[in-house]
Design a protein around this ligand. Sequence first.
Ligand code: ZN
Length: 157
Amino acid sequence: MAIRNIRTLGDEILTKHAKEVTQMTPKLKELIGDMFDTMYEANGCGLAAPQVGIRKRLVVIDCGDEPYVLINPEILETDGEQTGQEGCLSVPGKVGIVTRPNYAKVKALDENMNEYIIEGTELLARCLCHEIDHLNGIMYVDKVEGQLMDTEEENED
Ligand code: ZN
């Protein structure tokens, strides 16, 4: 397990379409562990592989209820709307207002390559949409309403 370097806005990899994962490998398992470590260390609730320089369709999420690994995630359904503040570990110290669906239903593979369905509302729905956007080279700053703002408080570490 290790903390990986998080790529920031302006890094070309963040604008690229990530590639499907075809099989689980020891290297990929290690990457998943590292992504959780990196996300928790940075006090984030989601991290996509391109953010640590890996062009694969892989996301980790933990919005406080339980940790999720999403491989090749696909949005099946969305509903409603929420407008609120959003940040990204690749845009440190900044937040912006983004409108997202208030509900999202996503199909993905877990770390054992078994298909499952994850449904989320509010923060989890926002996080699912934000992270899946990363796999398509889309950053929240492309969707922000108004200006980016500085975060009010710095992270503890
Ligand atoms: Zn992000």
